[in-house]
Write a protein that binds this ligand. Structure first.
Ligand code: AMP
Length: 507
């Protein structure tokens, strides 16, 4: 059987291929037939290059529907899609191209000069261009090809994509995802999140990352759902399109920016079925404010490039967990169907409920390893085959998972473990504190101590020494940071994750 992911996604297209699949913020409309034909033409162009199956096709381009079609075409032609953040500069791109050795690099016309030079030097055979206005040599070449294409036969374990991890804790690694990894996760989420005919997805995420490219797009295609496609997240535009949508997926910063809009209210969101958040922790305060302002409870889920989605708060009553249906703020919910999750100690044994341990997982969604890094891959799997996510968490008696941070962010002070999330939670509850981030800093006596970075709520005047004093009344002394600094903003990456490596450099 042909396990090509495109065929799985294609089955979700509606019978009427003239219906609207995508409507963009620039007023363009793409029918399902356009998706089918456009990706066929691009796939035929890729086929005409006569590349060995499994060649890497790198995309260093701005968000556009055509960039999504290139992804689908890569699947159809049996190659491996390599999305790259378009803001990467030459040193970063050089590393990815050297490591992945793509046969084809697609870049913006504006970057063609330096990208093509760098790619050709590293052995790439074809460099073509694509902008976000349907311009560039890629589409010109595809225009000469047929709009009919039979997807290449692929086995379930064949590679479909390589996603480079954001590398906030070291050199970026290429997570190898197969057709089966992607298909199994997409089909399961369609069911778990209760997709129904008529759902409309408001798509505002970037498409070089697992969240916007796989989780959002696969769901919409599999469900035959129209996407309202925004080239980037702009709160005003989101509000304007909200009444026409039913599902929204965002990172926590999207939600805080929407809350800052006076126009956000329950009336505007009355047609919405589901708000999903992930890629970084959502503050409980944001979760609660969203409920008050919109009448909707955000569904927070947790996943990563290496595993796709791992846990989710329930959409509806989950029979696997005593029929519980509550979405809990500060929790990432239950392990998803098919995912085996354990919270383990260094020996791989499950720790007691509420105790912090390493989150380890198994399932059809878990990647095959890091591209050309067998030793690194071996280190990240336990002897009994669990992937060590690098996240630390807890499990409660009801089955809800909570994340307390990355293991690399753990602070060991005087031999005792300090989990930054616990300190951040305590800080965030102090009057006048908007948000905080805690990192370790070297200390001659304790080895390491915490350093807290704090953002004040608008109009609040904070005094660092007073904040630390207030913490002393709430936490054991060894947990209280020794230094506290006020910031106007926390450094974040494109997915809204706080860059603790940047903060560590600052201390
Ligand atoms: P990425 O591979 O870029 O998607 O990053 C994955 C990492 O993001 C995970 O290992 C977690 O550390 C973090 N992450 C994703 N979703 C959540 C969430 N809902 N809450 C807390 N951390 C999250």
């Amino acid at each position: 059987m042909n396990a090509n992911l495109y065929l799985t996604l294609r089955q979700g297209f509606p019978a009427n291929l003239d219906a609207i699949a995508i409507e963009t913020d620039q007023g363009l409309r793409y029918s399902w037939r356009d998706i089918e034909r456009g990706s066929a033409m691009l796939a035929n162009w890729l086929d005409s290059l006569d590349l060995p199956a499994g060649s890497r096709i790198a995309a260093h381009v701005d968000k556009s529907v055509e960039a999504m079609l290139l992804y689908l075409a890569t699947l159809r032609s049996g190659h491996v899609f390599l999305p790259l953040n378009p803001t990467y500069q030459s040193a970063e791109l050089s590393y990815f191209i050297g490591n992945a050795e793509p046969a084809v690099v697609v870049c913006t016309p504006a970057n063609f000069g330096w990208v093509s030079k760098l790619a050709f030097q590293q052995g790439t055979r074809y460099v073509v261009t694509l902008d976000d206005q349907r311009g560039g040599s890629l589409l010109e070449r595809a225009a000469h090809h047929s709009d009919q294409h039979t997807p290449m036969s692929r086995r379930p374990e064949d590679l479909a994509a390589i996603l480079y991890t954001s590398g906030t804790t070291g050199r970026s690694k290429g997570a190898m995802l197969s057709h089966a990894n992607l298909a199994s996760n997409a089909l399961m989420l369609k069911d778990y999140w209760g997709w129904v005919p008529g759902d409309v997805l408001l798509h505002t995420l970037p498409i070089f990352h697992v969240h916007g490219l796989f989780i959002a797009i696969h769901a919409a295609l599999l469900n035959g759902s129209t996407m309202l496609w925004h080239s980037k997240f702009e709160p005003q535009r989101v509000l304007a399109d909200m009444p026409r949508a039913t599902v929204f997926m965002g990172v926590p910063t999207f939600y805080t920016r929407l809350l800052a809009q006076p126009g956000l209210n329950a009336q505007l969101c009355s047609g919405m079925r589901l708000f999903i958040s992930g890629s970084a922790p959502m503050l409980v305060d944001t979760f609660s404010q969203w409920q008050v302002r919109t009448g909707h409870t955000v569904l927070e889920r947790y996943g990563m490039s290496e595993t796709l989605m791992l846990t989710s708060n329930p959409y509806a009553a989950d029979e696997r967990f005593q029929g519980q249906s509550q979405r809990v703020g500060g929790s990432v919910g239950f392990p998803l169907p098919g995912v085996t999750l354990r919270i383990a100690n260094a020996q791989g044994q499950a720790v007691a409920l509420h105790e912090v341990g390493s989150i380890q997982v198994k399932g059809p969604n878990v990647f095959g390893g890091y591209w050309r890094m067998p030793e690194k891959t071996a280190q990240e799997f336990t002897h009994d085959g669990f992937f060590i996510t690098g996240d630390m968490g807890t499990l409660d008696e009801r089955g809800y998972v909570r994340i307390v941070g990355r293991d690399k962010d753990l602070i060991i002070s005087g031999g005792l473990n300090v989990y930054p999330a616990e300190i951040e939670d305590a800080l965030n509850q102090l009057p006048g504190v908007l948000e905080s981030a805690v990192v370790g800093m070297p200390h001659p006596d304790f080895g390491e101590v915490g350093c807290a970075f704090v953002l004040a709520k608008p109009g609040a005047l904070l005094e660092p020494a007073a904040l630390l004093l207030a913490l002393k009344g709430q936490l054991a002394g060894f947990k209280v940071p020794k230094v506290c600094k006020l910031l106007d903003e926390l450094p974040r990456n494109a997915m809204g994750k706080v860059q603790k490596n940047v903060l560590r450099q600052m201390v």
